[in-house]
Every structure is written in structure tokens, then in C-alpha cells.
Design a protein around this ligand. Structure first.
Ligand SMILES: Nc1ncnc2c1ncn2[C@@H]1O[C@H](COP(=O)(O)OP(=O)(O)OP(=O)(O)O)[C@@H](O)[C@H]1O
Ligand SMILES: [Mg+2]
Length: 246
């Protein structure tokens, strides 16, 4: 038995990148008919290998566009690698786009049940967790308001509260500490810490090096789709800040 819960083995990801700026559909059709619409291919990840062990909390750092979200989406099973192999042994709670599964016409209450169903919970289970979800989000006064009237921070609070009510084997969080106000960010940090302490495996993408150092034992640094360094969080963060500026 191996305690590797995530194995990323020589993974590469190729995207088709549309280079030309086309302002409207008519122009687009004309360009296609003239054979002028070109797409370029772009490797968002190149030969990335990474092993994550059970109970590890790994921080993923790197500049904008370095491939962090792409890697998370592959671990969550949303994207398939062009080359290489990914194996995940456990249930994954992906906090990638908070509130992405919401129906904006429905109220917060209805969305809690809808999201719960998407995450595989029964109505009874969701009824039991409902008060805790609302308490954590602090959206008491907005329970029966349609989500379309929420601010983006409020949507994120509700999304975070629902997604972390479950106790997944692996929690994947993409830049979620940047949403919500300062006080809610602190609450999110504490909850992630609880989840880490309870023995879950956590993969966290954040531009806040402080949060990575606080919450993660290990870190990996991606640069232009390539793995620059992987090791202890403090060592990798220090190297990253030194090379890239803080
Ligand atoms: N669906 C897609 N189609 C084409 N290109 C894509 C797609 N998704 C991502 N890319 C490209 O892949 C590269 C890596 O993107 P990714 O979102 O993984 O970066 P990131 O490290 O998460 O950046 P950020 O810090 O800004 O969130 C970028 O150049 C991006 O333009
Ligand atoms: Mg990203």
C-alpha cells in the first residue's frame, strides 16, 4: 500500500490559443471562410511530475498564467492531460470557482440544497448541515434572497461554507483566500487549518505567501508550465520570493 493519494506523472497540457482578436461573429465567419483564423498551440504544462501524500498540505505557487489552475483542474478531473498520467485515490472537494454551481434565480436556501445534491448529499444530510452552513457564511438575513442579488463576496462565502461542510479526502482550493473581506478570509484560513489538522490532504493555490507558509507543509513552484522546485514550504517560498520578488 502506498500513501500517495495524488500521483502526477510526467503530465503535459496543450491548449489551442486563439491569437486574433475578432470583435464580432460576422468578422469571425469571414475570417474562417478566408482561412485566416489561426489558432496556435500552447503548452500550459510541460512534463510536470508531483506526488502528494495522504495528510500532506501542499501549496502551489507561481506567477499568473504559470499553470496552477490547469493543474488543479486536472487533479479535480475537470481536464484530461494531453500527455502523462494522473491518479487520484480518494474523494475530492474542488473549491475552484466558488459558487459556480449556483442557480442565480434561486435563493441561498435553495442553492444549499441544490449544491448539496451536486456534491452527492441527501436532503436529510443537508437539512442537518444547513444551520452550520448559514452560521459559517453569516448570511442569516439573506437566506431567502435570490443569489443574483448577492455581492460577489457573499456568493463566495456561501460557496466556501457549502463546500467545506463535507469532510473530503482531498480539498482543492484555488485562490479562495482572496475572496471575501479580511475577517472572512481569516475564518476561511482557520477552517482550512481545521481540515488539515483533521488529516485531510489539502492542495492550496494562493498568491499570499504568508497563507501558504501558515497552512502548508510542502510547496511546489510552477513557472511557465514547468516545475521549478518542490519541497518544504518555507524553502520553496523563500526561493520563489527571492527570484520573483514578493
Ligand atoms: N481553456 C483554455 N484554453 C486556452 N488556454 C488556456 C485555457 N486555460 C488556461 N489557458 C492558458 O494556460 C496558461 C495557464 O493558465 P492557468 O489558469 O493554469 O494559470 P494560473 O497559474 O492559474 O494563473 P493565475 O495566477 O492567473 O490564476 C495561461 O497562459 C492560460 O492562458
Ligand atoms: Mg489560476
Amino acid at each position: 500500500m502506498t500513501d500517495r493519494i495524488v500521483e502526477i506523472d510526467d503530465v503535459s497540457m496543450l491548449f489551442n490559443l486563439s491569437r486574433e482578436k475578432v470583435d464580432n461573429l460576422k468578422e469571425y465567419v469571414i475570417r474562417i471562410m478566408n482561412g485566416k483564423h489561426t489558432t496556435e498551440q500552447f503548452w500550459a504544462l510541460r512534463h510536470v511530475s508531483l506526488q502528494i501524500h495522504k495528510g500532506e498540505s501542499l501549496g502551489l505557487v507561481g506567477l499568473n498564467g504559470s499553470g496552477k489552475s490547469t493543474l488543479l483542474k486536472m487533479i479535480a478531473g475537470v481536464l484530461k492531460p494531453t500527455k502523462g498520467r494522473i491518479e487520484v485515490r480518494g474523494s475530492v472537494a474542488p473549491l475552484i470557482e466558488l459558487g459556480a454551481g449556483f442557480d442565480l434565480e434561486l435563493t441561498a436556501r435553495e442553492n444549499v440544497f441544490l449544491n448539496g445534491a451536486i456534491l452527492g448529499y441527501s436532503r436529510t444530510e443537508m437539512r442537518e448541515s444547513f444551520d452550520e452552513i448559514i452560521a459559517f457564511s453569516e448570511l442569516y438575513d439573506f437566506v431567502d434572497v435570490p443569489v443574483k442579488n448577492f455581492s460577489s463576496g457573499m456568493v463566495a462565502r456561501l460557496g466556501f461554507s457549502i463546500a467545506t461542510i463535507s469532510r473530503p479526502d482531498i480539498l482543492i482550493a484555488d485562490e479562495i483566500l482572496g475572496v471575501g473581506d479580511m475577517r472572512f478570509q481569516k475564518k476561511c484560513e482557520s477552517r482550512i487549518k481545521e481540515i488539515v489538522d483533521a488529516g485531510a490532504t489539502v492542495i492550496l493555490v494562493s498568491h499570499s505567501i504568508d497563507s501558504i507558509k501558515k497552512l502548508c507543509s510542502t510547496a511546489a513552484w510552477l513557472h511557465k508550465g514547468e516545475m521549478m522546485q518542490h519541497g518544504r514550504a518555507d524553502t520553496v517560498c523563500q526561493a520563489y520570493v527571492q527570484r520573483m520578488g514578493s
